[in-house]
Design a protein around this ligand. Structure first.
Ligand code: ATP
Ligand code: LTN
Length: 332
């Protein structure tokens, strides 16, 4: 709780161009909490360097991610929008929590296993302790609710375990956070390989629809999406993963349910359906794109937002951090 409000925290890495997976699974849902909760939305640049980043790209993407937060409807007056590295308490608490996290726990994280397979030449310690930094992000703000895509569920469970363990060892210090997995977005899969997550770091550009893709690129990507040799638009994730994924995307952008979608495309081929998906996606993203362009032309404004956000975040984070240090027994 902060004042009389419960707290929401979430983060997105500035590690690539944001996808409709990031949008539907995460950012689009963030705005709904702004009235009822005290919300912190962070650009997690410390997390991004667990894989190698080109410095100029990282810097640009940090602005871009912040601009997208705002363009997707997060009003900086109603939400605290900030950059993780502007609040030193994140790195500091992360070290402390490392000492309350077990090697075995981190070894079980599926994201670590996936990413170390993908970046076999750079399996650094940061990649391994990534979830501890994420726990620090969340716990610093006494967060009640964490909206994330389903892929982050395991990390969230770990954050809860770490909080519980620390509270048990000393006395109640951290709120044990709950996850909020968006009922609509869930997990958006790659258009080229519907068995794997749509991910902004995918090398296959056709597999991923970016929030900032122009309409013709969006239509083209949906047109080339992998489906199956059947012709029916029917929701059956195990049997028809490609079509089901497209149906989820279509559902998210139009608000229609699976039954209605099946009826709408009964007797029509995949071609029509894919075109409708592309149109719905492009139409929904158009206002986000124009607002984004306006914001990116005003760096000074974005810097003002970052600065104000960092001040607010620093204030809350320091409070928790000093509480933690006292409990551990540091001289402060
Ligand atoms: P990377 O490819 O660099 O690992 P990512 O695309 O997974 O990145 P993150 O910045 O790690 O993106 O995630 C930001 C948020 O978007 C998280 O809440 C995550 O759960 C959500 N998210 C990412 N990809 C998807 C997806 N395909 N479907 C639903 N939600 C997603
Ligand atoms: N690991 C998250 C990004 C993230 C995050 C957080 C999400 C970092 N810190 C705190 C929620 C709360 C991801 O989406 N890959």
């Amino acid at each position: 709780m902060l004042g009389d409000k419960k707290v929401v925290f979430s983060g997105v890495q500035p590690s690539g161009n944001l996808t409709i997976g990031n949008y539907l699974g995460a950012i689009k849902n963030f705005g709904a909490f702004s009235e009822e909760y005290k919300c912190f939305y962070c650009v997690v640049d410390l997390h991004a360097i667990t894989v190698r980043q080109v410095p100029a790209d990282l810097r640009r993407r940090t602005y871009e991610t912040l601009a997208l937060y705002i363009a997707c409807g997060l009003d900086p007056e109603k939400n605290t929008l900030f950059v993780q590295s502007h609040v030193p308490a994140h790195a500091e608490l992360s070290w402390l929590l490392n000492c309350y996290t077990m090697f075995g726990e981190l070894s079980r994280m599926t994201q670590f296993k996936d990413k170390s397979a993908k970046h076999a030449d750079n399996i650094n310690a940061g990649l391994f302790t990534y979830p501890v930094l994420m726990a620090a992000d969340i716990l610093l703000y006494q967060t009640d609710l964490v909206p994330v895509g389903v892929d982050q569920k395991q990390h969230l469970e770990l954050a809860r375990d770490i909080a519980g363990r620390f509270n048990q060892a000393y006395s109640p210090t951290f709120v044990v956070p709950e996850g909020y997995i968006a009922p609509t977005g869930m997990k958006i899969m790659s258009l080229a390989n519907p068995e794997s997550k749509m991910s902004k770091s995918d090398v296959n550009q056709n597999a991923v629809v970016y929030i900032l893709d122009p309409k013709d690129a969006i239509l083209k990507k949906f047109k080339s999406a992998v489906t199956d040799s059947d012709t029916a638009v029917r929701y059956a994730p195990a049997e028809k993963p490609g079509v089901s994924n497209l149906m989820t995307i279509y559902r998210c952008f139009t608000g229609k349910d699976y039954d209605a979608i099946e009826k709408e495309f009964e007797g029509r081929g995949y071609g029509d359906f894919k075109l409708a998906c592309g149109e719905a996606c492009a139409d929904a993203l158009a206002p986000v794109q124009s607002e984004y362009a306006r914001l990116m032309a005003d760096k000074a404004y974005l810097e003002e937002v970052m600065k104000k956000g960092a001040e607010e975040a620093n204030y809350c984070a320091r409070k928790t951090l000093s509480k933690v240090k006292k409990k551990i027994g540091f001289v402060i």
